[in-house]
Design a protein around this ligand. Structure first.
Ligand code: GLP
Length: 241
């Protein structure tokens, strides 16, 4: 695990560098895309490089980490919509080359199995952009998640729903109670994990992720088992290392 401590703007550049290196050597790369606020500066930087020097995503594909259950297709906080707004619409990544778990499926377990198959059929994820929740969740694998878990339905914790209420006009009751998420076992199969965390509220999760024992109580700690992880943190998020 490589840990880089740098100012926030530099972290976005470093993450974008990793994506750019991959796309230059492998234009048809499979990108794992995270939502949440942590990767937004990375997507800004990628959009800038696309506009200014033609970094191309035209042959790439993307898979989302997770999705809320039950949000209408046109809801702005549906993760498939968020990634369209934050990245896809700003670069030349074809919209139909990006997919997420189908949180509106009538048969959710079947949708989870189909999503696992789609990732495998694409040859797996080359580079997975990641954030971490204040309680150590990765994707939506909340504390207690099996370290070998696959894409499945999960109940969101009160903490995560409160953390995410800011995206729903501060109304925690508007935050869905369930989600579909890649499992930790699914995430670990990506060939390179690039995690971005900033702010003092992430310090405990980063400490457990980097230095804690590997435990389902801090799901991010399972990243210690992966052979190629880049952890990009600012001073505040690194304050307990
Ligand atoms: C969200 C997402 C995760 C994200 C994490 C941190 O709920 N499901 O993929 O990494 O929580 O979010 P943020 O970056 O906004 O702090």
């Amino acid at each position: 695990m490589e840990v880089v401590i740098a100012p926030v703007a530099r972290l976005a550049q470093l993450a974008a560098d990793a994506v750019e290196r991959l796309l230059v050597t492998r234009p048809d790369a499979v990108l794992g895309l995270a939502t949440g606020s942590s990767p937004l500066a990375v997507y800004d930087e990628l959009a800038r490089r696309h506009a200014e020097r033609g970094l191309s995503f035209a042959r790439a594909r993307g898979f989302l980490l997770d999705e809320y259950v039950g949000l209408p297709a046109d809801h702005p906080q549906r993760y498939r919509t968020v990634i369209e707004t934050e990245l896809v619409s700003r670069v030349d990544l074809p919209s139909d080359a990006v997919q997420g778990p189908d949180g509106l499926a009538a048969d959710l377990p079947a949708a989870c199995a189909a999503y696992e198959r789609a990732i495998a059929d694409a040859g797996g994820v080359d580079l997975q952009v990641l954030g971490v929740g204040t309680d150590g969740h990765v994707a939506f694998n909340e504390p207690g998640s099996s370290l070998a878990s696959r894409t499945r339905i999960k109940t969101l914790t009160r903490q995560t729903r409160e953390d995410n209420a800011r995206f729903f006009d501060g109304d925690v009751d508007a935050v869905p109670t369930h989600c579909l998420t890649q499992g930790l076992g699914t995430v670990l199969e990506a060939r390179h994990l690039v995690l971005v965390a900033t702010g003092r509220h992430k310090a405990q999760a980063v400490h457990q992720l980097v230095e804690g024992p590997v435990t389902a109580l801090w799901p991010g700690s399972v990243l210690q088992m992966h052979p190629h992880v880049t952890v990009l943190v600012d001073d505040a998020a690194a304050s307990r290392l």
